[in-house]
Design a protein around this ligand. Structure first.
Ligand code: PGA
Length: 252
């Protein structure tokens, strides 16, 4: 049985006080739900990552939103944060390959794979994000695109313990639009099939594949019940502890 994961991607939101307050509210909900059957991950922006990681957070994981592409743990890479630095802050996870990184920072599948390798090598668990654009979906290429991204972004070193996949159709992120459950099921099955080709069936069967893109308390139950959907990556609705937790609660 794959344990479900509810992950919040706060993106570039929240000054220090807000970020810490949001994290505290989420961690308190975790602490008062001792027998939960799912994992919780929050990915704050860098301005608060260290503060959030230092809060008591039993039952929840803290992650970064990105790590540097260079294999070096330090050096002349202005503006970058290495996986080792993330770990040093007390965070144990990171996202890589989010569509906003691919879009605004021109990250290719090869870059995403290198970042995933760096994260895994440093001892972080990594969420590798993939997903088709609207143009690709409308051209009937969605399955081919996510298969290619899976093949080209997931390193051989990935296991169910150090890696999670997040399928996030770009056109569903922040738009309020969600794919049909049949479309989600089709993509998640294709991703698992492709994972089996890269990593072998046993690892592929254990690896979690999240759905992300406009997940809200109202649609979470339906999406989380789709076959091969092992959790959710949540942007907008993760910025309020109540709506984030309401999504997690659909699993209780
Ligand atoms: P959203 O973002 O929930 O606001 O659509 C999801 C994501 O980008 O991870």
């Amino acid at each position: 049985m794959r344990r479900k994961l509810i992950a919040g991607n706060w993106k570039m939101n929240g000054l220090k006080a807000e970020g810490i307050a949001l994290a505290k509210a989420v961690f308190e909900k975790c602490a008062t739900t001792p027998d939960k059957t799912f994992d919780i991950l929050v990915c704050p922006p860098m301005n608060v990552l260290g503060f959030v990681a230092e809060l008591p957070h039993a039952g929840a994981f803290v992650g970064a939103q990105d790590v540097a592409e260079t294999t070096k743990p330090n050096g002349a890479f202005t503006g970058d944060i290495s996986a080792q630095m993330v770990l040093d802050l007390g965070a144990t996870w990171t996202l890589v390959g989010h569509s906003e990184r691919r879009q605004y920072h021109h990250e290719t599948d090869a870059v995403v794979k290198q970042k995933a390798l760096n994260a895994i090598g440093a001892g972080l668990t990594t969420v590798i994000c993939i997903g088709e654009t609207l143009a690709e979906r409308e051209a009937g290429q969605a399955v081919d695109v996510v298969r290619r991204q899976t093949r080209e972004c997931v390193p051989m070193q990935a296991t169910a313990e150090n890696c999670v996949i997040a399928y996030e159709p770009v056109w569903a992120i922040g738009t309020g639009k969600v794919p049909t459950t049949a479309d989600v099921a089709e993509i998640h099955a294709a991703v698992r099939d492709e994972l089996a080709k890269v990593l072998g069936q046993e690892k592929a069967d254990k690896m979690r594949i999240l759905y992300g893109g406009s997940v809200k308390p109202e649609n979470a139950k339906e999406l989380l019940n789709v076959e091969n959907v092992d959790g959710a990556l949540i942007g907008g609705a993760s910025l309020k502890a109540d709506s984030f937790w309401a999504i997690a609660e659909t699993l209780m």
